[in-house]
Design a protein around this ligand. Structure first.
Ligand SMILES: [Zn+2]
Ligand SMILES: [Zn+2]
Length: 290
């Protein structure tokens, strides 16, 4: 597992790499533009080249882009759908430019609508966005299940992937906080096993491409999405030791989106703690298997 964090691109794309390096990240996640505004940030080929050079020279092995929160792929509102399509294409093209391992997407809320037509519409929009970009993977994030936001269940995610044509570029991002909020007790071995069994069955093993490492302020099954620093929430240190040491997560980029001590995001101590818990978890698994 490549443990890292969401970092700011303030001052230029390549700045994100040094920010990640400073706190000991092996993977980073960035926004390709301000997450709460539609206006895209225009990058040049030089910006992309500078980013790729910074990555090549650093210990950061993987970069993930998080698409903006305003996107709603499943909306029947034509104007919102048009803006969403454009924003998603922009994210994927930046992903192509910087060599990202994926664009993570919240597909959107279906509001009061039925699930099936929302999935069909969302899949159509995602398929179009893929066709307007080259090769960057698009990773659908499993959501906590609040406000009728789609992709709460693995069946909904599988439906979206199918409705989008089942392209090889389509994948899955699992967030420890969202899984916990959805009722998977991923702080236990049994909970992790059950979750992966269901995910593999519905979505497929090879589609799992990225993780988000967030503890949860809210209890198991709450369907509320409130991130807490690793080890300080309801999942806790022991739970994270198990989650971080899961062998099936080996090699995946795993970024924190936690408040951090100053509410400015994770710091070096948060990354160190996660690395320590991963080692502790591995030792516990060895004892368990012997
Ligand atoms: Zn997300
Ligand atoms: Zn979340």
């Amino acid at each position: 597992m490549l443990i890292g964090a969401h970092v700011s691109t303030s001052g230029g794309l390549a700045k994100a790499v040094s920010r990640g390096e400073e706190i000991g990240c092996r993977s980073i996640q960035i926004f390709n533009q301000s997450p709460r505004a539609w206006k895209p940030t225009e990058y040049s080929e030089e910006d992309f080249a500078e980013f790729r050079e910074a990555m090549a020279a650093s210990q950061v092995e993987s970069v993930i882009i998080h698409a903006i929160y305003l996107i709603n792929c499943v909306t029947p509102d034509r104007d919102l759908a048009r803006k969403s399509r454009k924003a998603l294409i922009h994210a994927l093209r930046v992903g192509d430019g910087i060599g990202a391992d994926g664009v993570v997407l919240h597909p959107g809320s279906r509001k009061q609508e039925e699930v099936v037509p929302a999935i069909v519409r969302g899949g159509g929009l995602i398929e179009e966005a893929l066709s307007e970009s080259e090769s960057c993977p698009l990773l659908i994030e499993q959501m906590a299940g609040h406000q009728n936001i789609l992709a709460h269940t693995f069946e909904e995610i599988a439906g979206l992937i199918e409705a989008a044509g089942g392209d090889r570029r389509l994948g899955l991002c699992l967030d420890s906080c969202h899984l916990f909020a959805s009722g998977y007790d991923i702080g236990t071995y049994q909970g992790i096993d059950r979750m992966l069994k269901e995910s593999d069955k519905a979505v497929g093993k090879r589609r799992l491409k990225a993780l988000h490492l967030n503890d949860s302020k809210e209890p198991l099954g709450s369907r509320r999405d409130r991130h807490e620093d690793i080890g300080k929430g309801e999942i806790g240190e022991t739970g994270f030791a198990r989650f971080l040491s899961e062998p099936r997560f080996e090699g995946l980029p795993a970024t924190m989106e936690t408040p951090g001590p100053d509410r400015k995001g994770p710091v070096a101590a948060d990354i160190e703690l996660a690395e320590k818990l991963k080692r502790r978890g591995r030792a516990a698994r060895r004892r368990r298997n012997s």
